[in-house]
Ligand binder design. Structure first.
Ligand code: 3PG
Length: 354
């Protein structure tokens, strides 16, 4: 990837900058502006070099959402003068974007002189503004994209040891390749969140009404791996009460909400000893009151001496809520993109810049 630092002279030229300002919106306001802040160094650099910047982003799945709250927040926090930056409309509003239509990509390219991708978190999508636009213009990687590639690569290119991988959240199918890969690369792989329910169930434990993914992904073979660590106790919701129980004592009507106290205590020394911690996905059902252990583990990781790499939309939202972003070595802006990059070592949008 060529860096924007290599651009010779862009004074007066127009840079089409693909950012990912797909941020949560609530009551017409941006709830979390982490992704917007992450793109500011690149935007400010291009402006300082005299370029005109056109920002291209999507918001939401289908392009129907207005960019207004995003634009408002962008100008509030960036303090960039209105005339320095233009926003292209929500790019998913145009059918050609998600269909990766070449005519659409060409039309986009006609708006600028160079293309910059600073949208790591959407770089796993085969969309026109991600993979095709760079074919029609001199193309570069923005600072955030470079940082994501550099930092996340530490997990699979000569990782430091002891290396602890913590994986939570749901969506078993997207995480199975990661579990397999990091059972080889890491020294311990701790599984929490809804993923752990599947493992506990495969062990023959009752998981009650907890969220499980019943597809058979060959869990039983993984269960034999000595690097695998599962919760020994859990917090369950039982008739509106939260109870800490042994993982093998969950009742038929109960729902597992979080990992238990003993599990957190068992993880603490591993976190302390680790030189590298990679973490993706919450360890409990945060939206239902199961966020405590994730918060506690975040605190433990933040004070450990390990290089700490945190990713995944929900985990990062908690980090952002707790105002702890600066306390980790690297916090990724990606959700699905981070998982795919960690599994495959590259993304379509990155390859398009090479
Ligand atoms: C994300 O939020 O992970 C990215 O913006 C990609 O969004 P998508 O999953 O709708 O493609």
């Amino acid at each position: 990837m060529r860096s924007i630092r290599e651009i010779k002279n862009i004074k007066g030229k127009t840079a089409l900058l693909r950012v990912d300002f797909n941020v949560p919106i609530k009551n017409g306001e941006v709830e979390d502006d982490f992704r917007i802040r992450a793109a500011l160094p690149t935007i400010k650099f291009l402006i300082k070099k005299g370029a005109k910047v056109v920002l291209i982003t999507h918001l939401g799945k289908d392009g129907t959402e207005s960019l207004y709250p995003v634009i408002k927040r962008f100008f509030e926090i960036s303090k960039i003068a209105l005339e320095k930056v233009t926003f292209f409309d929500n790019v998913r509003k145009f059918l050609g974007e998600m269909e990766n239509d070449q005519a659409f990509a060409k039309k986009l390219s006609a708006m600028g002189d160079i293309y910059v991708n600073d949208a790591f978190s959407v770089s796993h999508r085969e969309h026109a503004s991600v993979v095709s636009l760079p074919k029609y213009l001199p193309s570069y990687a923005g600072f955030q994209l470079e940082e994501e590639v550099k930092n996340l690569s530490h997990a699979f290119k000569n990782p430091k040891h002891p290396f602890l991988f913590i994986l939570g959240g749901a969506k078993f199918s997207t995480k199975m390749p990661l579990i397999k890969k990091y059972l080889e690369l890491a020294d311990q792989v701790f599984i929490g969140g809804a993923l752990a329910n599947d493992f506990l169930k495969a062990k023959g434990y009752e998981v009650g009404q907890s969220l499980v993914d019943d597809t058979n992904y060959g869990i039983s073979r993984i269960l034999e791996n000595e690097k695998l660590i599962l919760p020994v106790d859990v917090i369950v919701k039982s008739q509106d009460k939260l109870i800490n129980k042994k993982a093998n004592e969950v009742g038929k009507d109960e729902i597992i909400l979080d990992i238990g106290k003993e599990t957190v205590e068992n993880l603490a020394p591993l976190i302390k000893k680790a030189k590298l911690i990679l973490w993706n996905g919450p360890l409990g059902k945060c939206e239902d009151g199961g966020e405590k252990s994730t918060e506690e583990i975040l605190k433990l990781v933040s004070v450990s001496k390990a290089e700490s790499i945190i990713g995944g939309g929900d985990t990062v939202a908690l980090v952002s809520d707790m105002k702890m972003e600066k306390e980790f070595s690297f916090v990724s802006t990606g959700g699905g993109a981070t998982l795919e990059f960690l599994a495959n070592g590259t993304l379509l949008g990155i390859k398009a810049l090479e």
